[in-house]
Design a protein around this ligand. Structure first.
Ligand code: SF4
Length: 74
């Protein structure tokens, strides 16, 4: 049951919280300096949820296969 990870590049401010929380899942784009998901489809990993929760602008969204939002939670 894989998850879908999305980073909204129009919201990202390049804080690096996600790269620190889940370095295997997020990386900086060399050109823009903003974060992007290494892969949109990932196996369940709490580090991805932590990254989404730690993003200061909530630019990261993690969904399950049914489309339910797993993180960030309100
Ligand atoms: S934590 Fe959010 S604002 Fe910071 S680099 Fe990641 S996506 Fe961008």
């Amino acid at each position: 049951m894989s998850w879908n990870v999305r980073v909204d590049g129009s919201m990202c401010i390049g804080s690096g919280m996600c790269v620190g929380a889940a370095p295997g899942h997020f990386a900086f784009d060399d050109d823009t300096g903003l974060s992007e998901a290494v892969a949109e489809s990932v196996e369940p990993d709490d580090a991805v949820l932590d990254a989404a929760e730690s993003c200061p602008v909530e630019a990261i969204m993690v969904l399950d296969r049914a489309g339910a939002v797993l993180a960030p939670k309100d």
